[in-house]
Design a protein around this ligand. Structure first.
Ligand SMILES: [Zn+2]
Length: 182
């Protein structure tokens, strides 16, 4: 299913919805079309550009900085599917401070790792392992959140994703839908 990026009235990236949902927002004058996919929706009465990026006509107050769900796919997307120790193709998730030593399953303690590095590090602390991280991991932001959530970002989304993301919910659950219907 193709997806559209929804921006707040302030141009901050807000969430990702189906292109059909984005089209409805445009039809109901709740959002303006900023960029199309190049495809066209045809109905009995009219033809409309399929939205790729829309901007809400009204401001949605975001209660707090929401976080990207921490899961294997999101971690791999954040780390570019590369081992964060050696740069090889990643196959595993490594806890920097091992869980056996109280390490949390949190964005700043997990990295994608190749099988070899993952096996080499085992349940050692980083400083005892003789291994080095290429980047300090953190929760995805901006372009990263969309990559983490979707795996890919349409080229026409990129200009909007450098901004700090105040993401309500990446998968657009009922709560976010309600915010958009308000
Ligand atoms: Zn490695």
């Amino acid at each position: 299913m193709s997806r559209a990026l929804v921006l707040n009235a302030t141009y901050e990236p807000l969430c990702v919805v189906s292109t059909r949902r984005a089209l409805l927002l445009v039809l109901q004058a709740k959002a303006e079309l900023l960029s199309g996919t190049g495809r066209v929706y045809h109905s009995a009465r009219t033809s409309l550009a399929e939205p790729s990026v829309v901007r809400l006509a009204y401001f949605v107050r975001v209660p707090h900085q929401a976080h990207v769900a921490l899961n294997r796919r999101a971690i791999f997307a954040r780390d570019g599917h590369r081992c964060q120790y050696c740069g090889a193709q990643a196959e595993n998730i490594d806890h920097i401070v091992p869980r056996s030593k109280g390490g949390l399953h949190a964005w700043d303690n997990v990295v994608a790792a190749c099988r070899r590095c993952n096996a080499r590090k085992r349940d050692h602390l980083l400083e005892d392992s003789g291994m080095k991280l290429r980047h300090l991991p953190c929760a995805p932001r901006g372009r990263q959140w969309a990559l983490a959530a979707l795996g890919t970002v349409a080229p026409d989304w990129e200009p909007y994703l450098g901004l700090p993301a105040t993401v309500v919910q990446l998968n657009m659950p009922a709560e976010g839908e309600a915010a958009l219907s308000a």
